[in-house]
Design a binder for this molecule. Sequence first.
Ligand SMILES: C[S@@+](CC[C@H](N)C(=O)[O-])C[C@H]1O[C@@H](n2cnc3c(N)ncnc32)[C@H](O)[C@@H]1O
Length: 251
Amino acid sequence: MRIRLIGIGPGGPDDLTVAAVRALDSVDVIVVADKNRGVDDLVALREEILERHAPGRHRVVVVPDPPRDRDPASYTMAVQDWHAARAEKYESVLRTEIRDGESVGFLVWGDPSLYDSTIRVVEDIRARGVLHVDHDVIPGVSSVQMLAARHRLVLNRIGGSVTVTTGRRLLDDAAAGHDDLVVMLDGKLTCRELTGDWDIWWGANLGTGDEQLVAGRLAEVLPEIEKARSRAKNARGWVMDVYLLRRVEAS
Ligand SMILES: C[S@@+](CC[C@H](N)C(=O)[O-])C[C@H]1O[C@@H](n2cnc3c(N)ncnc32)[C@H](O)[C@@H]1O
């Protein structure tokens, strides 16, 4: 079975690549993970993307996400169990819903290489050996690239490195001496707990009509970020944010 993992960008229907649009056009069935937990707007954004770029072309199959332990003793093991459950669910949907000879596109938010489990799920399905799967990956614009573009930023300092991390790991990474950090998956605005001087470039709901941007010295702009976060949430019923932190060099 041919499976194409298609990066669709971080939400805006204009932010797909030409290759992604062609890939949408090349498959018979679209598979979408239902992990939106009742956030209709995120479903609507995906529908808008399909409607804009491949109207009426597909059968869409929604795969409900298995429940996940949000407060586990071991985060890594909980995620591994959840991936196994997802692989099983996807495999059963592919076996029962896809006809012989049909090709399948998985819509992946942003780019499949960053904090997304779809590639691992497809590898798990292949490893189970029940379905013969041939897959490829079409890159998408990630929320990180969109953040950099909106703020007209280069993420690294000249010749420097950048750490891409999560809210969960931020304080440890900063304590370990990382000076330039891109933070994703941070529902709690963990940068509030940082000590020292930092500059921040922050963005929420990028690519949508309600995106929010704030930049400046962290301690000064935090109240503005908190307000902008609420505005994004009120406008769309969800908020996803990503930010670059840069430690201010002692002068
Ligand atoms: C599960 S990860 C998926 C990342 C995705 N694969 C990518 O390339 O952007 C979700 C995180 O990506 C970031 N994110 C995704 N879409 C976003 C958007 N439209 N605006 C801001 N951040 C976004 C947030 O940090 C969110 O917590």
